[in-house]
Design a protein around this ligand. Structure first.
Ligand code: DGL
Length: 268
């Protein structure tokens, strides 16, 4: 009996994103749960998710969940706002591992603060179109005012798919509506965006911006603990998978994490 329990508690945790953005979450997870075995999947082939249709995203996320199912994970961390917005509700009941969707967890945690009544979200086009943040935030605080802003070019900039652009024009276009709204806080509602914080700070007040990765990781730790699913091992491990060009993934990842082990190519 004890052996079966160890098999489950020491099973890996899958972490997914369209590319390197979810490493902002993985970094926080390693910090709070260092003894886990992580499998990080960067879907570089299908990036950017923010421009995909609902049907395309559901199909993609299903393939990633299936991959994690074959790996016998105990939990999947949707470290990707866009997939949490579009695919989580549709797929969540088809798998028997725990699934942690970033938008739902972060919205619930932030609305514990009853003084937070005006909040802005910067996210991909697909996340904004879904209004998932607004829906989730209003579940706990129906009176909260929400402004959602799509930032179409930020993921291509972070993933180095767009290298020549007019910084002032791009950043002002997305940040001026936020400044006009005068929010109490701004959620960086795409895991790639924390990398841009110093540039964002040139056009808006830096202290307003929240990188939700820490709140998300703390919640996951508390939930795994409550469910008796925390690893009992002394050390943890990390394996990386990319759906195209693993060398490029490793190179781009350096802005967030120094990847020691070569990422494996997994075609989905
Ligand atoms: N980083 C992901 C997110 O949090 C997706 C970005 C993209 O591929 O468009 O939404």
């Amino acid at each position: 009996m004890e052996e079966i329990k160890d098999k489950i508690t020491n099973a890996p945790i899958g972490v997914m994103d369209s590319g390197i953005g979810g490493l902002t979450v993985l970094k926080q997870l390693i910090d709070v749960c260092p003894n886990e075995n992580y499998l990080y999947f960067g879907d570089t082939k299908n990036l950017p998710y923010g421009e995909k249709t609902k049907d395309e995203l559901i199909k993609i996320v299903k393939e990633i969940y299936d991959f994690f199912e074959q790996k016998k994970v105990k939990a999947v961390v949707m470290a990707c706002n866009t997939s949490a917005a579009i695919a989580y509700d549709v797929l969540k009941d088809n798998y028997n591992f725990e699934i942690y969707p970033i938008i739902q967890v972060v919205s619930k945690s932030l609305t514990q603060d009853k003084n937070l009544n005006k909040i802005a979200i910067m996210a991909t086009q697909a996340t904004v179109n879904s209004h998932k943040y607004e829906t989730e935030l209003k579940k706990s605080n129906p009176n909260i005012e929400v402004k959602e802003q799509a930032c179409k070019l930020w993921v291509p900039i972070v993933e180095k798919k767009l290298t020549k652009y007019d910084e002032k024009a791009v950043f002002e276009e997305y940040l001026e509506p936020i400044n006009e709204f005068k929010p109490q806080k701004v959620i960086l509602g795409c895991t790639h965006y924390p990398y841009l914080i110093e540039t964002i700070a040139k056009y808006a007040k830096k202290e307003l911006f929240i990188n939700p990765a820490k709140i998300f990781a703390n919640y996951i730790k508390a939930d795994l603990t409550a469910k008796n699913l925390l690893s009992t091992q002394k050390d943890g491990s990390i394996e990386y998978f990319a759906s195209s060009n693993p060398e490029q993934f490793k190179e781009n990842a350096k802005i967030f994490l120094d990847i020691k082990k070569e990422p494996q190519l997994i075609e989905i």
